[in-house]
Design a protein around this ligand. Structure first.
Ligand SMILES: Cc1cc2nc3c(=O)[nH]c(=O)nc-3n(C[C@H](O)[C@H](O)[C@H](O)COP(=O)(O)OP(=O)(O)OC[C@H]3O[C@@H](n4cnc5c(N)ncnc54)[C@H](O)[C@@H]3O)c2cc1C
Length: 558
């Protein structure tokens, strides 16, 4: 088994890991090893924004997780949990919507004791990360690696959605990430010149020739190596053990190991390495390095349900013979000019609205899709019809799920239990959200398109019946977070500098550290968080010692 040494080892080249690799390797005297379980992002399909659904079937570029089945959710079928597995991670397979969330999301983190994570602290990192097509202003940057562009609005149905929102009495906004979050409008996207601009293109490609940055693909990290024999109460992460081409390697970190494997894999790697709830580790025969009960807990997701409407017209997207015929000129247009439907995300318009007048901050997000779209495009029967869908998600779910190990085998996928709708509030927001969606879809703006509502179905009216219909087609927006949450309470996994509590030289930087889910899509927020993390690593706040503050551990298991 060979062993090599670096200053930093980053596990996972996704949205967070790629940002870190870029920023930490800026100084040529600092060596950085970036380990990615998936292959290089060579597939030309990654570049094509309209090829989104292709990756939902790919085992090569997608971990293809499934949540544990629940009898009354999707009729007992497991809920699909795609995650990107290549350079760029989930930013290589996502729908490219660029959203930051509401200012109060970050202020809530700060109020919970996470100093430096409030909105005013985060805004400079959002600006640093982007080059917005609209140019720089108080909210946007024009020099960052991530290109953010306007949609080209390729489907006339999108205009119906915006008109319908106004007719239903809702506001419109020109920039969800600017002064007015609330309203309906066109999304912006991480697309540049008709091609996806994920973090691989934005942050990695421009620096791949750095002599001090070592990127290894198809390199699966099995575990973190600790100085288990040391007498210190705080063990030190010394490196990682990883497998590549059937061979096992050890890489050691002179400064830090940073986990950026995403909200499912980072907690799994911690547990497999002996960091987690000691009772759970014992069940799998894993020696405890540090008893940290919050690992894998506090799982949150944007639960999503939809209203599906069959259309009289055939101007949306469909895999019907007419729809497929229309794709031929689309393909030609894309090949010759990188414009048209294939150059854009399939969801172009959306909204952040209040599910009821009593709510202060929008608590539902909508994605309008000009086709009959469910299960991440995997419901092929639906796709072959003509119609449109309005997806609604609960923005700040109260329910908390958990991850647990299936076995001590690093290749066994983690068990995912979302604990959907455990909280009454989530059920209420979901049902009211569907009513808001129906109100918009029932406006005059859609009259020339509307044939019939096929889901939940016009006869479904009561709260209970609507909730069950939501459950029958329940989906996700693929934003799992919180499983290594930042904080100071006994269930927190990392501190406000993202250092793992009770261990040395180990950080987690990815979606898993969000204490609570932001009100919107998570790629932009995770990239900004990684920008901040890079700053914390390179310029540690002067009042912090290498040894973390000790936390009270009583009541941990309460
Ligand atoms: C289908 C889909 C659609 C989405 N649409 C949007 C959208 O439109 N807008 C938006 O803002 N967000 C969207 N998201 C969410 C967003 O892309 C993710 O929240 C974000 O990319 C997650 O970043 P991350 O760094 O936490 O993890 P990831 O980007 O998932 O990166 C983790 C990386 O670590 C690697 N890895 C994991 N374990 C190991 C290991 N043991 N060894 C080595 N490498 C490992 C993985 O292969 C992966 O490359 C979507 C996500 C999906 C899956």
């Amino acid at each position: 088994m060979s062993s090599v040494s670096f200053d930093y080892i980053i596990v996972g080249a996704g949205s967070a890991g790629s940002v870190l690799a870029n920023r930490l390797s800026k100084d040529p005297s600092t060596s950085v090893l970036l380990l990615e379980a998936g292959p290089e992002d060579k597939s030309p399909m990654i570049k094509i924004p309209g090829a989104f659904a292709y990756f939902m079937y790919s085992k090569k570029y997608n971990w293809q997780y499934n949540a544990e089945s629940v009898a009354d959710i999707r009729h007992g079928q497991p809920v699909f949990c795609p995650r990107g597995k290549t350079l760029g991670g989930s930013s290589a397979v996502n729908a490219m919507v660029y959203i930051r969330g509401h200012r109060s999301d970050y202020d809530r983190w700060e109020a919970a004791g996470n100093e430096g994570w409030g909105y005013d602290h985060m805004l400079p990192y959002f600006k640093k990360s982007e080059t917005n097509e609209r140019g720089a202003d108080d909210f946007h940057g024009d020099k960052g690696p991530l290109y953010v562009s306007n949609t080209q609005n390729t489907y006339p149905l999108n205009e119906c959605f915006l008109k319908g929102s106004v007719q239903a009495g809702y506001p419109v906004t020109d920039d969800f990430n600017g002064p007015q979050f609330e309203g309906s409008g066109y999304y912006q996207f991480t697309i540049k010149g008709g091609e996806r601009c994920g973090v691989s293109r934005g942050y990695l490609t421009p620096v791949r020739d750095r002599k001090n940055l070592f990127v290894e693909c198809e390199a699966f990290v099995d575990r973190i190596i600790f100085d288990r024999d040391s007498d210190s109460t705080e063990k030190t992460a010394q490196g990682v053990e990883y497998t590549q081409n059937g061979q096992t390697f050890i890489a050691t970190a002179r400064k830090e190991v940073i986990l950026s494997g995403g909200s499912f894999n980072s907690p799994q790697t911690l547990m497999l390495s002996g960091v987690g709830a000691k009772e759970e580790l014992a069940q799998h025969g894993i020696d405890v390095v540090h008893d940290l009960p919050g690992v894998g807990k506090n799982l949150q997701e944007h639960v999503d349900a939809c209203v599906l409407v069959k259309s009289k017209k055939k101007d949306g997207f469909s895999t019907s013979p007419t729809g497929l015929l229309k794709m031929l000129p689309d393909t030609l247009k894309y090949m010759t000019s990188k414009t048209g439907n294939l150059a854009n995300s399939i969801t172009q318009a959306g909204a952040f609205l209040k599910s009821s007048p009593e709510v202060d901050v929008p608590d539902i997000q909508m994605h309008f899709v000009p086709l009959l779209f469910d299960d991440c495009g995997r419901d092929l029967g639906l796709l072959s019809g003509h119609g449109y869908s309005l997806h609604v998600c609960v923005l700040r779910p109260k329910s908390r799920g958990k991850l647990s190990l299936r076995s001590a085998d690093p290749r066994a996928p983690i068990k995912i239990d979302f604990n959907f709708f455990a909280e009454e509030e989530d059920r209420k927001v979901m049902v009211n959200g569907i009513r808001v969606a129906r109100k918009i879809l029932a406006t005059e703006a859609f009259d020339e398109h509307r044939l019939e509502e096929i889901h939940p179905g016009p006869a479904v009216e009561s709260d209970d019946a609507l909730l069950q219909k939501c459950k029958d087609k329940l989906g996700l927006v693929y934003h799992p977070v919180g499983t290594c949450k930042m904080g100071n309470d006994p269930m927190a996994v990392v501190d406000s500098q993202l250092r793992v509590h009770g261990l040395k030289n180990l950080r987690v930087v990815d979606g898993s550290v969000m204490p609570s889910l932001v009100s919107g899509n998570t790629n932009g927020p995770i990239i900004a968080m990684a920008e901040k993390a890079a700053d914390l690593i390179l310029n540690p706040p002067s009042n912090t010692s290498a040894v973390q503050e000790s936390r009270k551990t009583e009541d941990v298991h309460a």
